[in-house]
Design a protein around this ligand. Structure first.
Ligand code: GSH
Length: 333
């Protein structure tokens, strides 16, 4: 457990929120040190004297103290939905430009609109207008691109920007909700706010003090022991395709890894109920037995709404990790 990275974070900080969102998507588990901005813990300032959150300290002592760098580190561990659009340099440029506009121009106007009392002599209305110009540009992009900022699915740009748009809405909910030109942006923001991961992202913890309680983030997840076999039920045709390609990338029946973000697995005692819930009417079901120690993508056990933990694999399943495969025989379980 002590080898998990340490994350210094502040619940409502939009930079920390986007970093935590990426950690969630990448199947990471970290030691969570919630801080108070007015009383930063000395161990955080020792590793990062600039005193901003988020700060991620890796097991080898590497310190990552810029939110975007934390996101990239997380997505380097696993990026099952290809948020970074690795195959397209043009889309990557577009993502970079959008994030830069947010982190410079938009943030500048957001601060002076939201906290206008901290900026005496500046015109709140002027910053509101300029911030709205940026927001309208993003709304138009979302409309033109089919629901997201760069194309028809969520990218790193969407993930990096939405906490700041949320802040704008918090500063002026009536104006934001009534503005017709922001309609596509409202729908886009709602998708994040209504995502089950939003609640996980915004979990609360008491401020950490050296020697104090050390919760994990996400708080409803645990590490997956490498010494216990993991199981996955697969349709025979999907497993056959995987045996040819060398890796298996179905998440669950009828849904791929890139649609769900991870591959559903079970521990031994969960196999029967998983079969009964999802595969009982399928023609030909194969049970895969997986050696967790042979997996290289992140594994994390996440709670489903009932609270039960299930192991999830945040990447494709290499066929070398499957130590046994054969028809699922209900009579044997
Ligand atoms: N460029 C940094 C900015 C982070 C930042 O400014 N975080 C704010 C909280 S939202 C902070 O820690 N401010 C320090 C303070 O208020 O003392 C990043 O992307 O990580």
């Amino acid at each position: 457990m002590s080898t998990l990275p340490v994350l210094y974070s502040f619940r409502r900080c939009p930079y920390a929120m986007r970093a935590r969102w990426a950690l969630l998507q990448a199947g990471q588990l970290v030691q969570w040190r919630e801080i108070e901005l007015k009383d930063k813990p000395a161990p955080m300032l020792e590793v990062s004297p600039k005193g901003t959150v988020p700060v991620l300290v890796l097991a080898d002592g590497t310190v990552i103290d810029e939110s975007l760098a934390v996101m990239h580190w997380a997505l380097n561990q696993a990026d099952p939905r290809d948020l970074r659009r690795q195959g397209s340099g043009k889309t990557q440029d577009c993502i970079r430009q959008l994030i830069e506009l947010n982190d410079t121009t938009f943030k500048h106007h957001l601060d002076r609109f939201k906290y206008s009392d901290r900026y005496p002599g500046q015109s709140k209305q002027e910053h509101q207008q300029q911030g709205l110009d940026v927001l309208r540009g993003w709304a138009k992009r979302i409309n033109d691109c089919g629901g997201w900022l760069v194309d028809a699915s969520c990218s790193l740009a969407d993930v990096a920007l939405w906490p700041f748009v949320r802040q704008w809405r918090i500063a002026d909910p009536e104006g934001f909700d009534a503005d017709q030109s922001l309609e596509p942006l409202r729908g886009w923001l709602m998708r994040f706010l209504q995502d089950p991961d939003f609640e996980r992202l915004m979990q609360r913890a008491d401020p950490w003090h050296p020697g104090g309680l050390q919760p994990l983030f996400p708080a409803d997840a645990v590490d997956v022991p490498a010494d216990q076999p993991l199981f996955h039920l697969a349709l025979a045709e999907d497993w056959k395709a995987a045996s040819q390609s060398g890796h298996y990338d179905m998440s669950t029946r009828g849904l791929r890894l890139d649609q769900v973000g991870f591959i559903h697995l079970s521990w031994r005692e969960q196999v029967v109920s998983t079969f009964e819930r999802f595969y009982a009417d399928a023609e030909s079901v194969i049970l895969l037995t997986i050696d967790a120690a042979r997996l290289t993508s992140p594994l994390r056990a996440d709670a489903i709404p009932s609270g039960e933990l299930f192991p999830h694999l945040y990447g494709a399943l290499p066929i070398e990790a499957v130590i046994d495969s054969g028809p699922y025989l209900a009579s044997e379980w």
